[in-house]
Each structure stands twice: as C-alpha cells, then as structure tokens.
Design a protein around this ligand. Structure first.
Ligand code: CO
Ligand code: CO
Length: 322
C-alpha cells in the first residue's frame, strides 16, 4: 500500500500526529490537548484451520498495532469477507466468538462491523484506542545506545507452513496458535513502565523487515544479536526441511543491499530472520539504564527477556546482523 499512496498528497493536518509516512503501526490523531486516538485495521485469510482460533489470532494481531504505540484499545469493528453458500455460517460465528474474546481481554468493546460476500474467507478488526499525547511510542524514536528486546518467539510463518504440509506435531501446532493468539498487552505495559524510546510489532515483514523500519525511521543502525533471538521450537529444523512461506522471499528481496549479515550466520537461522510473522511480539528499544529493569519485568511475566540487539550510530547500513 505504501507504494500506491506515494503519488497521492500526504494527509496534512495539525492534529494528525502520526500518519502513514513513517511506516508506523497505527495512525494517531489528537482530540484534545492531552489525548489522541490511535487507529489501525488489519484483516487476512485464515492461517489456521480452526475458525475460533483464527478469530482470536486475527483480533490479537490487529490490537497489537495499538499496543505497539502504547495505546489502550477502546473499540473494535469486525471486518468480514465470507463465501456464503460455500461455508456454513457457524464458521463465521466461531471466528467472531474468538475475535470478541480477545477484544474483551484487551479491555475493548465490539461496536459493530461490516461483512461482504467474498470468494475467499477473510477476517480482521479495525481498532480505535486512546493515548496520552506525551506518551506516544513510535517506531521512529530509537536512540543510539538503546537496548532491544523482543517479546514473542519467532517462527510462526515456518510453523504454519509446516502445519499445511502435515510436518508439525499437534503440540507444536497448539503452541504456535497460543503464541499468535496472545495479546501484546503486558509487553506494552512493561515498555511504557520502563520508558521505551521506540517500539513496533513484528508481523508480515519479519524480524529484519520491521527492525529495518525502526532503524530507518529512527535514523540509527540496529545491531541484531541473532543467537539471542527467542525462537519457537523446531523452527530451524522446519527451515532446513524447506517449510519456507512465500512471503519470506519478498522480505529478503526488500532488504537486499540494506542489511549486512555476518559471515557464518546459520542458513536456517537466516530463514527465521526473514520469516513473516503473524501477531508477533513487540520489538522494544529502551534506554540502556532501563534495560535491566525491563528484562527482570519481562522475565517475571514469563515473556522472552534476552537483549536481542542494540542501537548504534548509523554508518553504512541500517541493519547489522551478527
Ligand atoms: Co504493526
Ligand atoms: Co498491522
């Protein structure tokens, strides 16, 4: 969409605090001296077979863009494309039930929605949240010296591809569903508590694509400690077995010439770095003096807590992977 928007005039309004020109997760619009709305929308075809869990995952994924900016979700609108006559309506009921549960868990309210007849099933949510104007966290605020944390393990694209090819155990399938359906709410609360300079959620562009956007938006370089990245079980083996989702190729092509990968980087780990994620974790940049406290809090809440990188002065590349 960024490409399609290029030729159009930029939305320019004094109250538009964050628009689409910074590749940020959600738009932010000021409604008073102290408060702003955070708005986002996301929808996609099923990535898991179970409609109830698909609903949960799609809603968690959409809510995530509000959390990534430090916002509090208020209201949600369902967006549905449904192949009437091809699928029983009970499928849609299950999707909406899963979605509603996650929206409620996030403290928001479903206020309505819209459905169209579509050849392919699609579901997603438009979310409106609220934020104090002095507490907005964008992907463009990282500063040299900031420590990076990632709050969910990587590899959802490899595993869901493996599920489609019957190459994944029931246990792992259940685990990846739980991971994708988990809200980024706690991670967002902790990043706010510890004064994060920048954050974004890791989704379709993968770990490196979203890291690149943060680095470029913040005019710094991000050095990623690839061996410290949290991974879902078996993802390296799935990469070795060729369970690479289609989107990984696009992610690699997009970053061609923009990232330097250290020699001797494990090939399979490299696949994970480009792996498109659904409802991934928050990538958080905190000042170094707050890193230890954030780490302890993440650990206490059972979230991945290893430091996964550092922001450095920009030289040649926005991204350095070691
Ligand atoms: Co996002
Ligand atoms: Co999104």
């Amino acid at each position: 969409m960024a490409e399609a928007l290029l030729s159009l005039p930029q939305s320019n309004h004094p109250d538009l605090l964050v628009g689409f020109n910074t590749a940020d997760d959600a738009g932010v619009y000021r409604i008073s001296d102290t408060q702003a709305l955070v708005q986002t929308v996301d929808f996609f075809p099923p990535i898991v077979d179970d409609p109830y869990f698909f609903g949960q995952i799609a809603a968690a994924n959409a809510l995530s863009d509000v959390f990534a900016m430090g916002g509090r979700p208020l209201t949600a609108l369902n967006i549905v494309g449904f192949p009437l006559g091809k699928l029983p309506i009970a499928v849609l009921t299950e999707i909406l039930r899963g979605g509603a549960e996650k929206i409620t868990e996030a403290g928001a309210v479903v206020v309505g929605g819209h459905s169209i007849k579509d050849s392919e099933l699609k579901y997603g949510v438009a979310v409106t949240g609220i934020i104090d104007t002095d507490k907005i966290v964008t992907n463009a605020g990282a500063k040299v010296g900031d420590c990076l944390f990632l709050t969910k393990p990587l590899g959802t694209g490899l595993i869901t591809t493996g599920i489609k090819r019957n190459a994944v155990s029931r246990e792992l399938s259940d685990l990846v569903i739980r991971t994708m359906a988990a809200l980024n709410q706690t991670a967002a609360e902790l990043m706010m508590k510890h004064g994060a300079h920048a954050a974004t959620d890791i989704t379709g562009y993968g770990m490196l694509g979203h890291s690149y956007e943060m680095a470029a938006g913040s005019r710094v370089a991000l050095r990623i400690f690839s061996r410290a990245l949290p991974l879902l079980p078996d993802v390296l083996a799935l990469a070795a077995a060729g369970m690479i989702p289609g989107g990984a190729k696009d992610n690699r092509a997009f970053l061609d010439g923009k990232v330097t990968l250290s020699h001797g980087l494990d090939q399979n780990l490299e696949h994970v770095l480009f792996d498109p994620q659904t409802s991934g974790g928050l990538l958080i940049a905190v000042p170094p003096e707050n890193a230890e406290a954030l780490k302890v809090d993440l650990q206490t809440h059972g979230l991945p807590h290893q430091q996964v990188g550092v922001a450095e002065e920009l030289k040649q590349f926005h991204l350095i992977v070691e």
